[in-house]
Design a protein around this ligand. Structure first.
Ligand code: FPP
Ligand code: K
Ligand code: ZN
Length: 485
């Protein structure tokens, strides 16, 4: 294992992503008087004429091959200056030297499109290291253990590593987190949560052995899901916890991969609401918000991570061109999703008026074949902007690398390197969710991409976010395994 003894990188994890913290509403637009408005219109554009950005922009010519879209500030400016616009300017100034290929931190060689090589070995080393011990300061991550395993394994798999070599350690770590009452907790002795169960199940799928599959207590999992099922069709994330589209997505991933019976357990209270089935009513909680995007639950701000959860859940429940069309206003959704990509940064934001962040290159690029948001230039963006000098990938320049961003930045990059499409055939005998298991992929051709052949990553299933074969193998294993209700 390429771990450097005694060395620990300053790894910083985004706790907010994993907790059920309520969304903070984006800053409300400030009212302006006519006078203020006029003043601002007369004022020189501070965003393009002040600060570091201008200084750096004038210092050196962009690397040849970089499209102008990614090297110049956007031509359309809103005259309203707020804390939000200042932050965006600062972000842009930090990204521009990387986009131009003139940052001291970038390692060559650059190819003809101005894209530096992926620092594959550094990222591999970083991700193996992320599976090692953590110092006491990381205690808050103790409720995210299955996630840390998932991010490490997924990132390594994307980079072409065979993660079955850490198989025994993965099983030894995950086994004590399963509760006899069903599901996996975020750490030893913690109550089961749908997000940690999702990460645990996907990690077991990636190591892919019979021992890994046999570890899951499917009967208890089914009973537990029956208790989480709510009267509106959705799932709470844990007993007594909140209900949102993360619950819907994580539950549908678990139900379909473990080939659980769809019948609700006889004792499930959701039966009182007239439901017979674990998936009854689930599609209708995946709906669009007033902005056209998708929020965690009705009435709150739309966010890209929840958009992924809802669209992926609908794509498990049935063919996406039917399920998504039924529950979403497609033109509005596509408009909101496309507005998440900024220029010249090239990356995606998670919500309106917020900053680009590499992880949204996964959450917001719905490359699900039914309709795709064309992530223009995002492949090069990852290589240009997001690496760190010592390996690992990050939210944006100025931040530390972490396993979460390494995983999802690579997932986003992989999505740009492969075409994903559905077929009419699924390898599964049980036809429930057959659409979810009918996805295939083929690598993009040389004239469609701007990276070198050596930078191609493993293709990931757009719904399960693990290799296609890993999802299929797990499902087929459980299809052959009797389930005693
Ligand atoms: C805001 O963080 C982010 C959220 C409120 C939700 C994030 C949720 C996920 C990333 C994962 C959900 C998926 C599963 C499968 C459980 P922020 O305010 O730090 O970032 P922002 O400014 O970019 O919105
Ligand atoms: K963020
Ligand atoms: Zn992020």
């Amino acid at each position: 294992m390429p771990t450097v003894a005694g060395k620990r990188r300053n790894v910083c994890f985004p706790f907010a992503h994993l907790k059920s913290a309520p969304l903070t509403t984006a800053q409300k637009p400030q009212k302006q008087t006519q006078k203020q408005n006029q003043n601002q219109e007369k004022r020189p554009d501070t965003r393009s004429t002040s600060s570091q950005g201008r200084k750096m922009a004038s210092q050196a010519a962009p690397h040849p091959g970089t499209p102008a879209l990614f090297t110049q500030p956007p031509p359309i400016r809103d005259p309203l200056v707020t804390e939000t616009t200042d932050l965006q300017d600062a972000t842009l100034s930090k990204c521009l030297p990387f986009l131009k290929g003139i940052s001291d931190l970038q390692k060559g060689p650059f190819n003809a499109s101005g894209v530096p090589a992926l620092q594959r070995d550094d990222h591999v080393e970083y991700l193996y290291d992320s599976l090692e011990d953590y110092p006491a300061g990381f205690v808050a991550m103790d409720s995210s253990r299955p996630w840390m395993i998932y991010w490490g394994l997924a990132g390594l798999t994307l980079l072409g590593e065979d993660v079955s070599r850490v198989h025994q350690r993965v099983l030894a770590s995950i086994r004590p987190m399963q509760n006899p009452t069903g599901g996996f907790g975020g750490g030893h002795g913690q109550i089961s949560h749908l997000a940690s169960s999702y990460a645990a199940v996907l990690s077991l799928a990636m190591v892919g052995s019979s021992d890994a599959f046999a570890l899951v207590d499917r009967q208890a999992m089914w009973q537990w899901l029956g208790r989480l099922k709510q009267a509106d069709g959705g799932f709470r994330v844990c007993e007594g916890g909140e209900e949102d589209v993360r619950g819907a997505y994580c539950a549908s991933v678990i139900i379909s991969l473990l080939n659980l019976p769809l019948d609700l357990p006889p004792t499930s209270e959701a039966r009182l609401a007239g439901f017979d089935n674990l998936t009854d009513g689930l599609g209708s909680i995946c709906r669009d918000s007033f902005e056209g995007g998708i929020s965690g639950s009705p009435g709150v701000e739309a966010h890209g991570a929840y958009a992924f959860c809802a669209l992926a859940c609908l794509s498990i429940l049935g063919p996406p061109e039917k399920t998504i069309a039924k529950h979403m206003n497609l033109p509005l959704l596509l408009s909101w999703l496309s507005a998440r990509q900024y220029a010249p940064e090239g990356g995606f934001s998670g919500r309106t008026n917020k900053l680009v962040d590499g992880c949204y290159s996964h959450w917001c690029t719905v490359n699900n074949g039914w309709q795709s948001v064309q992530p223009r230039g995002i492949g090069p963006i990852h290589s240009r902007v997001l690496p760190t000098p010592q390996g690992g990938l990050r939210d944006k320049p100025g931040k530390h690398a972490d396993a979460y961003h390494s995983c999802y930045v690579l997932t986003g990059l992989s999505a740009t390197q492969h075409h994903h499409y559905r077929t009419d055939s699924s390898p599964c005998a049980n036809k429930n969710f057959s659409s979810a298991f009918s996805w295939r992929s083929k690598p993009t051709s040389a004239d469609e991409n701007v990276f070198e052949k050596s930078d191609r990553l493993t293709a990931f299933h757009p719904i399960y976010v693990i290799p296609h074969q890993a999802a299929e193998k797990m499902r087929l294993w459980y299809e052959a395994e009797p389930f005693v209700t």
